[in-house]
Ligand binder design. Structure first.
Ligand code: ADP
Length: 454
């Protein structure tokens, strides 16, 4: 491990997460280098950084995904570290390896850990060996139709076919019966091929009423690992998270501790370092199953920060510098309850079609210990077609879930965007919904209640 400290950090990202990383890094006395595309010439992350370098045209393929250009900027600017944020190059093992070969610290896990978790089937193999509980299923290399059909019949229905290279909710098919299997397999393979360039799949039992509960883990280069408790991300639309919260309502202390220990075991099994998230499906009866591990900082990390009082980006930098974790497990505890709502430029009345164009006005609620707004946008900015149309993350905290929910409703009512359609009213309806207030959660929450919220 390196003993050079990070003195100049290139942030290989844009939007709210670039701004959020820059704020912490600057507070730690680190100089920040932003990179930007044509569409982002006047973006907030460019203004916040100590210096900013142009890396190419607006499409991400020609800018934020150009590892060669980003590396070149790192070298020319004298940055000795790169923070990839989430999305873009954050889980690209080759990029992490190239950084290291050029003596640039990659603020993320070791290359081997990214590779191991990059394939859902490989990840499951490793976790099976480490005795981490898995949903029953088939994740082998052999992919003939007849074998997959036989495995499917063995697992039973309903089941889920997943692209092993998949992500972002893409490349998944629920299959209700044996007769439907081959058609679903073919359509899943087609989508996997076109989205990920790899049509390998795995099959697993489809849990009918699971919650998505994930554990935040952190490990350092000295062999220490802790968990920072859980987040419940069950409220999803097309497998994309809409609202996240921490802690997970109704989880017993015992289950929390078990899940935390299993997540640490999972991280240790792959020699993990830095911030990672172990995602589980959590069943009503308290059982839980490993789904995948995300080898980066998650969009929803702020809810964990709100209940632990920690700055996860600071921890990432500490660990990337080769230093021990700032705290041990016994020093960590949960304080209160937090929610994050993802505010999107999209139209809930029109199948959540993304909206693009000028944000003529954006007024955000005042921030304090109860309300935090992470955004890369201000009045007068454009939401372009090129990137994710998330405008802001609204994060709230209070001493218990109901009080935090009241804060969320209040803060959403104070969040105003003019010029573009947003999901703010939809989120407000969600935060006011009796089933949501009653924490009657599972991953089908929006399938069941979505109509009531529009
Ligand atoms: P991605 O990498 O595309 O996000 P995941 O494997 O993390 O895919 O799954 C995304 C979502 O799909 C989960 O949050 C959960 O809602 C649902 N899901 C995944 N596996 C299962 C399963 N075996 N049974 C029921 N739902 C599942």
């Amino acid at each position: 491990m390196t003993n050079i400290s990070i003195s100049k950090l290139l942030i290989a990202n844009r939007g709210e997460i670039a701004c959020r990383i820059i704020r912490t890094a600057q507070r730690m006395g680190i100089e920040c280098v932003a990179v930007y595309s044509d569409a982002d010439k006047n973006a907030q992350h460019v203004k916040l950084a100590d210096e900013a370098w142009y890396i190419g045209p607006s499409p991400a393929q020609e800018s934020y995904l150009r590892s060669d250009k980003i590396l070149q900027v790192a070298k020319q600017s004298g940055a000795n570290a790169v923070h990839p944020g989430y999305g873009f190059l954050s889980e690209n093992a080759e990029f992490a390896a190239t950084c290291q070969q050029n003596n640039i610290i990659f603020v993320g896990p070791p290359v081997g850990a990214i590779e191991a978790m990059g394939s859902k089937s490989e990840a499951k193999r490793i976790m099976h060996e480490a005795e981490v509980p898995l949903v029953s299923g088939y994740h082998g290399d052999e992919q003939s139709e007849s074998l997959l059909q036989a495995e499917a019949d063995k697992i039973g229905y309903p089941l889920l076919i997943k692209a092993t290279a998949g992500g972002g909710g893409k490349g998944m098919r629920v299959v209700e019966s044996s007769a439907e299997f081959i058609d679903a397999l073919n359509s899943c393979k087609r989508e996997a091929k076109s989205s990920f360039g790899d049509d390998k799949v795995l099959i697993e039992k489809y849990l009918t009423k699971p919650r998505h509960v994930e554990i935040q883990v952190f490990a350092d280069s000295l062999g220490n690992a802790v968990h920072l408790f859980e987040r419940d991300c069950s409220v999803q639309r097309r497998h994309q998270k809409v609202i996240e919260e921490a802690p997970a309502p109704g989880l017993t202390e015992e289950t929390r501790e078990q899940m935390g220990q299993v997540a640490i075991k999972a991280a240790k099994a792959i020699g993990y370092q830095g911030a990672g998230t172990v995602e589980f499906l959590y069943d009503e009866d308290g059982s839980f199953y490993f789904m995948e591990m995300n080898t980066r900082l998650q969009v929803e990390h702020p809810v964990t920060e709100m209940i632990t009082g920690l700055d996860l980006v600071e921890w990432q930098i500490v660990v990337a510098n080769g230093n021990p974790l700032p705290k041990q497990q016994a020093q960590l505890s949960i304080n209160g309850h937090a929610f994050e709502a993802r505010i999107y430029a999209e139209d809930p009345n029109n199948d959540f079609l993304p909206a693009t164009g000028l944000i003529s006005y954006m007024g955000t609620p005042s921030t304090n210990q109860h309300v935090r707004v992470d955004s890369g946008i201000i009045s007068g900015d454009q939401v372009s077609v090129y990137y994710d149309p998330m405008i802001a993350k609204l994060i709230v905290w209070d001493t218990d879930r109901n009080a935090a929910l009241a804060r969320l409703r209040g803060a959403l009512a104070d969040f105003h965007v003019a010029g573009l359609t947003t999901n703010i009213e939809f989120l407000h309806q969600l935060a006011s919904n009796d089933s949501f207030i009653g924490a009657d959660l599972d991953t089908h929450f929006l399938d069941k209640h979505g109509e009531e919220l529009i």
